[in-house]
Design a protein around this ligand. Structure first.
Ligand code: DGY
Length: 373
């Protein structure tokens, strides 16, 4: 599919993307836009090389593609300067190879934060209240009347939510679970991100003087909160608590619901493995909307088999689009096909950011969102 055939710059998108805003942006800036119409879901390196051809100024690609040395050298030979992943995650992109061939790389953070956090929250609720199992039960015609023990799940209120990876998405998810469901919070960030800390404490930390003033105000607020806590206790309510864990194991041991939000790299590959699973509570819920390989899926299947009260909600898998043998048979697993960012607003935003990334570089502006920055 070709838009604006006489455009000066040739921009290729390896997939059709939602909305038309991204196409219009490129056309207005004298780009010829070519969208791959191949039926295959996942394009091979060879398919993409053929698509780029001899002249290609920039490419918008997808997280299912392997953007390494071969593709970046081919893009550079075609005169290309820019590549944008239509994703916030860029574990499929070899940024060093891109740099070596003079190609700038962009990703699409921000617009998918709330949408992804909402899916993690949905999976948490669905797992806690066994919604998918109950739905299957109804559709199978098995419901023959209300029973006191039918699909009894967990009440989230007052339980502890554990967040591993406290960046944008992890922080948004924590906020939803704490504010929305009155869960206590424990979190751990491998890169010591203070984003979530700012959310919980409400501190900006910008200058010493402001900090001192804020400390005073905070002390006053703390006093009021303590008084409020006493009031709630007296009235049978527990105020929520939060803490930053000093190790991931602390989160694994203490949390009732654990949600994973780290990036995937060497350090987070199989972060959740046989040993870490064994540290979690027998009735814990594990949510993964980050990348599949953060969890050792074979070990997870074994753990699900051995612990029927342990539940998972998975949006991502180690070898997408496949699941490891046995996972699909587990009643205590909810599995969805990598749809965490799949809201209309977000997907259109991701497409627009990806187009802006490529356009910015072609036109000589700084790339909108460079993961190296
Ligand atoms: C991303 O952007 O990295 C998400 O996985 C897409 O849903």
């Amino acid at each position: 599919e070709v838009w604006n055939p006489n455009g000066k710059y040739r921009v290729v998108s390896t997939k059709a993307m939602p909305g038309t805003r991204w196409i219009n942006l490129l056309i207005e800036q004298d780009c010829r836009v070519e969208i791959c119409t191949q039926k295959k879901t996942i394009l091979s390196v060879e398919d993409i090389i053929a698509l780029m051809g001899d002249k290609c100024d920039g490419v918008i690609g997808q997280l299912t593609e392997d953007w390494g040395e071969t593709l970046f050298s081919a893009l550079s030979r075609a005169g290309g300067k820019a590549f944008s992943n239509m994703a916030v995650g860029y574990n499929n992109v070899d940024v060093n190879a891109a740099t070596k061939y003079g190609v700038a790389v962009g990703n699409t953070p921000g617009v998918l934060t709330e949408t992804t956090a909402e899916l993690a929250a949905s999976l948490s609720l669905a797992a806690a209240r066994r919604i998918v199992e109950a739905d299957e039960f109804m559709r199978a015609g098995l419901y023959d009347g209300w029973l006191p023990q039918l699909f009894v799940g967990n009440l989230l209120k007052g339980q502890t939510v554990g967040v591993i990876g406290a960046g944008r998405i992890g922080s948004a998810y924590a906020r939803m679970m704490v504010e929305g469901f009155k869960m206590n919070l424990i979190y751990y960030d491998l890169y010591q991100s203070t984003r979530l800390e700012k959310f919980v404490t409400g501190m900006s930390g910008s200058s010493v003087k402001i900090y001192q003033l804020l400390t005073l105000i905070l002390m006053l607020i703390c006093f009021l909160f303590a008084a409020y806590g006493q009031f709630l206790k007296a009235n049978g309510e527990q105020p929520v608590t939060w803490k930053r864990a000093s190790s991931m194991n602390e989160v694994l041991q203490e949390a009732d619901v654990i949600s994973l939000h780290p990036i995937l790299d060497k350090t987070t590959y199989h972060l959740v493995n046989k040993e870490s699973l064994s540290m979690m509570k027998k009735e814990a819920i594990l949510i993964n909307c980050s990348r599949g390989a953060v969890v050792d899926e074979v070990a997870l299947v074994e753990h699900l088999k051995a612990n029927p009260m342990f539940r998972v909600g998975l949006d991502v898998f180690e070898d997408e689009p496949y699941m490891k043998p046995g996972l699909a048979d587990m009643k205590n697993a909810i599995v969805v096909p990598h749809i965490a960012s799949a809201s209309k607003w977000t997907r259109e935003g991701m497409a627009t950011l990806a187009a802006l990334n490529v356009l910015g570089k072609i036109k000589g502006y700084p790339i909108w969102s460079d993961p190296n920055r």
